[in-house]
Every structure is written in C-alpha cells, then in structure tokens.
Design a protein around this ligand. Structure first.
Ligand code: LER
Ligand code: MN
Length: 264
C-alpha cells in the first residue's frame, strides 16, 4: 500500500513546486483536481517527469453530478469527466473519484423530501455509470464510485450501495473508493466493510473520524490496514482531510508518520 495526498492550502501554488514538496514530504502519489489537470496538462506532465511523483487519481473539477437532478448538468458532468479520464490516460493516472452527488440533497435535513424517486435516482446514476464505464475502458482508466455520508448525498452512502450499481449494471471499469471519514459515519464496522467488498475496492481516502488529519482523532487505522493487508490491497491510501493545528505542515508530517507506523 502506498500513501498519497490531495492538495492542501499550505502546499506551494506552482505545480512543479507542489509536486516536489509533496514528494519531499514522503508521499508516493498525488490526487489532483480534474480541472487543474485538464487545464494544465503539459505542466503536470513536466512536474511528474521532473519529480517522479505520479498523479494517481483525479477528484472533483467538473460541473454536474453523475446523479444530478438537472439532466443538462448531469450530461455536462459526463463530458467533463470524459475529458478528465482522457487527461488521466495522458499522464498514466489510474482513474477518477466520483460520488453520485455532493451537497445536492439530503433526507436528513429540511425539506427532507426529494424531488426525484429512488427509482429515478438509480436510473440516472446507472445511465451515467454505464456511459463512463465505456469511456474508462477506452482510456484504460477506472471510475471510483464513492459512498458519501447521509448529510452529503442521499443516493450512495454504504459500500453495499455502490456495489449494487456495479453488479446490477455489470460494470467492468467501475470500482469502489472507500473513504474512512464517510465509512465511520455509515458502516457498522470499517474493517468488516473493507473485508466484504475487498474485490471491488480500488482506491481509498483517509481522514480521521472528524475529517481532520489521521492520528488526531479516534479511528483505529491499524485494525483497518491489517484487514486491507489480508485483502491483498496494494493501491493508494490518499489523504483527504482538513488540518487542525497551528503548524499544519508539521501536523501533516506527523499524520503521515502515524499512518506509516500503522502499515507495519
Ligand atoms: C466528499 O466529502 C468526498 O469525500 C470527496 O472525495 C468527493 O468525492
Ligand atoms: Mn472522499
């Protein structure tokens, strides 16, 4: 297993300096914003070549969710995700992280009534995934379908929800991304969920229970990493967290050291 990270506000802004900084800190991969990748493809290629730090995945950077209520936005999202998958192919990246939607609707806060039926949700998300499954096949990439907690999305909350889309639609290039922060809210047991869906999990996001840096909260990363080892998972564990510290750089280094100690 390897450790990667998304961007942080305290990282350098310049792309080449950013990659050099992330590599120097001890990460082995970078998860990039899809728009940043598409709009700066040559600069990203040069940064990868210069520093040896690969772009593993993309997350975000497109307009319109795969499960968007608004059809025009859903279709726009698909075309932008296609462009990101093509850019990922050009830099040797694995794939893109996509939730059904993020912050579009929740059953848990008023008005609590969705403008679309659950059958309608399943149909829209399935149509998007069937289309993207084909594009991923053509570009040699993967689509990592992400369950989010109930307050951020109403369609896919559990790893089992994501698995259902893969199975019902016979998707070959769609895998599950397991995010520790969301799993901590939704799953009965994180290690058990990682064991049950081991054949579908292709990517992982790490944060502690409150979404701050790993090691600053109450999650037992060692128990979950031991399960991932048993599964034979050899993909990335990518930091997607906020940082709560007066010295974010030091806190990030401490979090990385903590997770490395949990991998032993
Ligand atoms: C959002 O909370 C999240 O986990 C991101 O990975 C969005 O896909
Ligand atoms: Mn995530």
């Amino acid at each position: 297993m390897k450790l990667g990270t998304q961007n942080q506000a305290f990282f350098p802004e310049n792309i080449q300096e950013k990659f050099a900084y992330v590599k120097e800190m001890g990460f082995e991969g970078f998860e990039i914003d899809g728009k940043l990748l598409v709009e700066n493809l040559e600069e990203v290629k040069a940064a990868i070549e210069k520093t040896g730090l690969p772009v593993t995945t993309a997350c975000g950077g497109y307009d319109g969710w795969i499960g968007d209520f608004i059809e025009e936005r859903r279709l726009n999202g698909l075309e932008e995700i296609k462009a990101i998958l093509e850019a990922l192919q050009a830099v040797g990246g694995q794939g893109i992280v996509v939730p059904a939607a993020w912050g579009m609707f929740t059953y848990r806060l008023p008005p609590m009534v969705s403008p679309r039926s659950q059958a309608g949700d399943f149909k829209a998300v399935s149509e998007s995934l069937i289309y993207l499954d084909k594009i991923a096949g053509e570009t040699g990439t993967k689509v990592y379908l992400e369950p989010l907690n109930r307050y951020q999305d109403h369609m896919i909350n559990l790893l089992s929800d994501a698995q259902k889309y893969i199975e019902v639609n016979n998707l070959e290039n769609v895998e599950i991304i397991a995010d520790f922060y969301h799993m901590n809210i939704e799953e009965d047991s994180i290690p058990e969920a990682l064991r049950t869906y081991k054949d579908s999990i292709g990517h992982i996001h790490v944060a502690d229970n409150h979404r701050y840096q790993p090691g600053s909260g109450s999650l037992d990363f060692k128990a979950s990493f031991d399960q991932l080892k048993k599964n034979g998972y050899n993909g990335f564990l990518t930091f997607e967290c906020r940082v709560r510290s007066e010295n974010p750089e030091q806190a990030y280094k401490d979090a990385l050291a903590h997770l490395k100690s949990c991998l032993i």
